[in-house]
Design a protein around this ligand. Sequence first.
Ligand SMILES: [Fe+2]
Ligand SMILES: [Fe+2]
Length: 305
Amino acid sequence: MKILIVDDVEENRIILNQQLLPYGKCYLAANGVEALVCVKDALSTDTPFDLILLDVMMPIMDGLSTLQAIRSEEHVFGRVGNKESVIIMVTACSEAEVVSKAFFKGYCTDFLTKPIRRKSLVDKLKEYHLITESDRDDALLVSDVKVPHRTKDDIRLDFYNKLFGKLADVGIPAFNEAHKALLKMVVDIDEILWDAIEANLPPSDSEWHVMSEIFSDLVSYTKIHFSAELAYLYEHGYPMAGQHAERHGELVNELNEYNKKIVAMNPDSVRHIRRWLLEWLLNHVNQQDLDYSMFFSEQNRKSKI
Ligand SMILES: [Fe+2]
Ligand SMILES: [Fe+2]
């Protein structure tokens, strides 16, 4: 059986994929646009999907629009009536039955309400003759495969990757690199703070010491970066250079204040330090630094006209 799973949430795709694994080959799409590409491809090679599981609530293109688009594609390829794919809408709505019947009548084959139980899914496959009774019984004997457990390290890695992903591109490679280097120091300190918060224990003396060493590097490197940045802004006639310098000054003062908190090893300030630490750099780069970046790119554009 050829199956298409359409859901914007990765974890849902994984669960459905694992539940359907014994019955056929699953293709995964994260939104309606991706789903349509898969459907068109399948129809044009005369290997249509036997089953499509379609989430109702999705960004970019919602389930209903995707459903209608799939049915019109099928129409183009002459796949109507019993040649249509079985499409089961997956809904999280509380009035799933009412909503689904009202909206999808004539388009979707059926619907299932989240969270989807393996048994109800398999019963639907049987109902639409996608599997036989013995397939169903065999598969039900297989114990449910669990979603891969995300370790603490996975969660952190994900969080820090997202943090780096949020850092705006200011259009000057050397400054982008400096911002990344600063964020790396922030992350190094954050790992210790995060451990402490998670364990509900204050950092040990040696951990405070490590943080304080990284923090003093952070302060020095920030000052170096700030002066390089300002030199560039003045040299290239950035009209807001004065305000930018002021903001740099404020941030250096704040850095010095937080440095003192770390040196004082006050366990009560752990959460507070962590919150500030994760915000100051991203906020500055993504607001004030981005302002000069936009100014220079606009100037660049004008000079080319
Ligand atoms: Fe900067
Ligand atoms: Fe700056």
